[in-house]
Design a protein around this ligand. Structure first.
Ligand code: MGD
Ligand code: MGD
Ligand code: SF4
Ligand code: MO
Length: 669
């Protein structure tokens, strides 16, 4: 007999969709969208429509394993959890004694986004006193830039855009990354409202927009400033709002006045008359909204650009009316539960060494000053997802480095493991989820037992804590007990639930808060901060990205078939996506004698990486774009896109994944 249970998508995606899983109690047979989920409403992405194929994949790692071949060779033998636990504990104890806790480096990111399973490793590593990982791989410069202007004010949720009169889709591949917002854009167009795309690579979104404006990567701040210049010149700004409800308008105005469309044309590559027309349209719109992705923020100037775009969203006073403003991702809903109850910062006795995740390559190869002797990866795939890949591999090949990887599949990172531990899928574990694109909170309890010997992150760290001899009660609880602990210490977003809502939530349900209040700014002064005195650069202005000496700007575009390196386990999705294509503008391709489908090599001072050329007008001139993340098993090459990316950190501490330059040549094979 089979039955259907609710569950939650665990992946790094703004929606945390509601799913329905058909099961016989042992296996997951089929997965579909939950029509009752307040955000999903029956619509999920193509990746998760056959989640059961991932869960039941024959390629899953099902037992602990020990390396028997050379590092990176991917040869392992099965061992028991007891053997694995003893080996890890013995090695960790030796390192603690000989090198100290800062020689142990954990690495994790967004494999699973639940509060319990994502954060539980922190308790273990806090207890060890190991390095702390600075988690700035994704879009934190965008969040920090927004917050530098708006404080804790919620941004718009996608559904609020139904009331917008003009929508600028700015640096967001909505179709790939925020599919639930697509109907809103389509509805707006049907109602005769304009949807304009501002992109460096418009391949996927152009068909869904009325107009596409291609911009030179990393220069969006100049466009935002020039739009404000035109708006101010025409007197379309909301002068009363800017003077009374914002800080620093007068100080900022001279910067705006010098930022003409002609100046911005030289920087952005967008003709001055297009900038002028777009600015007028935005300035005259009743309730203009910016739907903001993150691609533009992964540059040296990312935080500053986010500030400038956020200020533009307020320049005409749009936030005062429903539908006006900016829809980004961190909406400041909740908090619902206190994640410190899982991460246990109180277990750390002395401050640990901080390692930025963008600098893993140099951390692993530094054998002089701050040597790392153990590297523990869980819920992440840094060899595929983090910059400076060749350097990271050099580090992982060190014979004196002990690498443990807790994974579901033999990823490029797992290949370098000394001990490989089997991880579960979301339906085999219990967790709770706060969405980052909506104000929702969900519970997803275990539906079936883990396959093989797989353990959840929680169970694995509790097991290792026992092997280490840790006495804390925290490590003796089950994940169900941890969930109960979180729910019985509710934070603001859960304080006013009715009994019926609690019952639904506990039974793998989702609760949703109303839209945020955008009319009162949650900043220390209650005013919006055009000038922010807390920052190194208090008055916003245009800053150049890092760039480099090579002619083409290299960017990464999210792909509809994959989510970072997740779903590479699915032959159906991988086949539909095709080979690792490097998209080039026809003029850039012609200058290099490159045609569609040619084998090409992109190179810079860090590495050479092979791709297949895809020649398209839908990429900005001077830009080379790659869609999503691949694995070496698919490309047949050891080095991938991220080998071309430097470890440089942005102005607000985050990744500069899109801020690298390369040249490209045709390869003769
Ligand atoms: N299908 C799918 N869904 C995903 C993901 C995925 O890989 N695949 N990833 C998930 C994760 S972890 C995240 S963080 C989010 C990301 O979701 P988004 O924020 O929507 O995507 P980004 O990767 O940040 O980039 C969006 C767009 O920025 C463009 N871009 C790059 N540089 C510039 C620039 O300088 N200016 C402008 N205007 N555009 C630029 C790229 O061409 C790309 O189309 O999506 C999540 N959802
Ligand atoms: N070239 C390029 N690089 C990128 C990006 C890009 O678009 N292009 N995107 C960037 C962004 S936005 C992000 S957020 C990062 C993501 O960086 P990562 O989080 O390192 O990358 P993922 O590919 O999501 O890898 C997650 C891994 O966790 C595993 N996993 C899933 N669930 C669990 C679990 O419960 N337990 C354990 N132990 N493992 C689990 C999955 O099998 C997968 O291998 O990558 C960044 N890097
Ligand atoms: S990956 Fe995103 S869109 Fe797809 S089901 Fe999960 S949360 Fe929904
Ligand atoms: Mo991300």
């Amino acid at each position: 007999m089979t039955y259907i249970r609710k569950t939650i998508c665990p992946y790094d995606c703004p929606a945390t969709c509601g799913l329905l899983a058909e099961t016989d109690g042992k296996r997951i047979l089929k997965v579909f969208a939950d029509p009752e989920h307040p955000v999903t409403k029956g619509l999920i992405c193509r990746k998760m429509q056959h989640y059961e194929q991932s869960i039941n994949s024959p390629d899953r790692i099902l037992t602990p394993m020990r390396r028997i071949g050379d590092k990176g060779e991917g040869k392992f033998e099965a061992i028991t959890w007891e053997e694995a636990g003893k080996e890890i504990a013995d090695r960790f104890k030796k390192i603690l004694k000989e090198d100290g806790p800062s020689a142990i480096l954990p690495a994790y990111y967004s494999g699973t986004m639940g509060v319990i399973q994502r954060k539980c490793g922190e308790a273990f590593f806090n207890r060890l006193g190991a390095c702390s990982l600075v988690l700035k791989l994704c879009a934190s410069a965008k969040g920090s830039g927004y917050e530098a202007v708006m404080g804790k004010t919620s941004c718009l949720e996608p559904e609020e855009l139904k009331q917008s009169s003009l929508i600028l889709v700015w640096s967001s591949n909505v179709k790939a990354t925020r599919i639930q917002a697509m109907p809103v854009l389509q509805e707006a167009r049907r109602a005769g409202k304009r949807v304009v795309l501002i992109e460096a690579c418009s391949r996927e979104m152009a068909p869904y927009c009325d107009e596409t404006i291609l911009i030179r990567p990393g220069t969006d701040g100049a466009l935002a400033l020039a739009m404000m210049e035109v708006i101010a010149e025409q007197g379309l700004q909301d002068e009363t709002f800017l003077r009374e409800q914002c800080l620093g308008y007068e100080e900022f105005l001279p910067i705006v006045k010098q930022s003409t469309p002609e100046w911005a044309e030289g920087i952005t590559g967008i003709p001055a008359e297009v900038i002028r027309r777009l600015a007028l349209e935005f300035g005259q719109a009743e309730t203009p909204a910016i739907f903001l992705g993150s691609g533009f923020s992964r540059y040296g100037n990312g935080g500053m650009t986010a500030r400038l775009i956020t200020i533009l969203s307020a320049f005409t006073g749009a936030w005062k009316k429903p539908g006006g403003g900016l829809c980004g991702s961190e909406h400041n809903g909740g908090p619902f539960v206190d994640s410190r109850r899982v991460a246990r910062p109180d277990f750390r006795k002395t401050p640990g060494r901080m390692v930025n995740i963008n600098c893993l390559g140099s951390a692993l190869t530094d054998t002089k000053k701050d040597i790392i002797k153990a590297f523990f990866v869980f819920g992440g795939n840094p060899v595929n997802s983090v910059c400076n890949q060749a350097e990271m591999i050099r580090g992982l090949l060190r014979e004196d480095l002990f690498t443990v990887v807790h994974e579901r599949f033999l990823t490029d990172t797992a290949l370098y493991a000394d001990i490989l531990l089997p991880a579960v899928f979301s339906v085999e574990q219990t967790d709770c989820f706060k969405a980052y694109g909506y104000r929702t909170f969900s519970v997803g309890r275990k539906l079936v037992d883990p396959q093989g010997e797989c353990k959840s992150n929680w169970d694995m760290f509790c097991f290792l804590a026992q092997a280490m001899g840790f006495e804390e009660e925290h490590f003796k609880r089950t994940e169900e007990e941890m969930l109960e602990d979180l729910l019985s210490h509710p934070e603001q977003g859960l304080l006013e639930l009715t009994e019926d809502e609690w019952r639904k939530l506990r039974d793998n349900g989702t609760i949703r808060q109303p839209f945020g209040d955008h009319s009162h700014f949650k900043t220390p002064s209650g005013k919006l901060m055009i000038v922010n005195k807390e920052l190194e650069d208090p008055v916003p202005c245009y800053r150049e990205p890092y760039g480099g000496e090579y002619p083409l700007r290299l960017i990464s575009v999210p792909d509809s078939h994959t989510l970072n390196s997740i779903f590479l386990e699915r032959p159906d999705l991988v086949a539909k996506r095709g080979p690792a294509a490097l998209m080039l503008h026809p003029l850039d391709a012609a200058e290099r004698g490159i045609s569609e489908g040619d084998p090409v090599t992109a190179w810079n001072d860090l590495a050479q990486v092979e791709f297949t050329a895809s020649v398209t007008w839908q990429v900005a001139r001077g830009t080379a774009a790659v869609s999503g993340v691949y694995s070496s098993a698919i490309t047949g090459t050891k080095l991938l896109f991220n080998a071309l990316n430097h470890e440089r950190i942005s102005d607000m501490g985050a990744t500069t994944l899109n801020d690298n330059r390369v040249d490209v040549k045709r390869r003769t094979e």
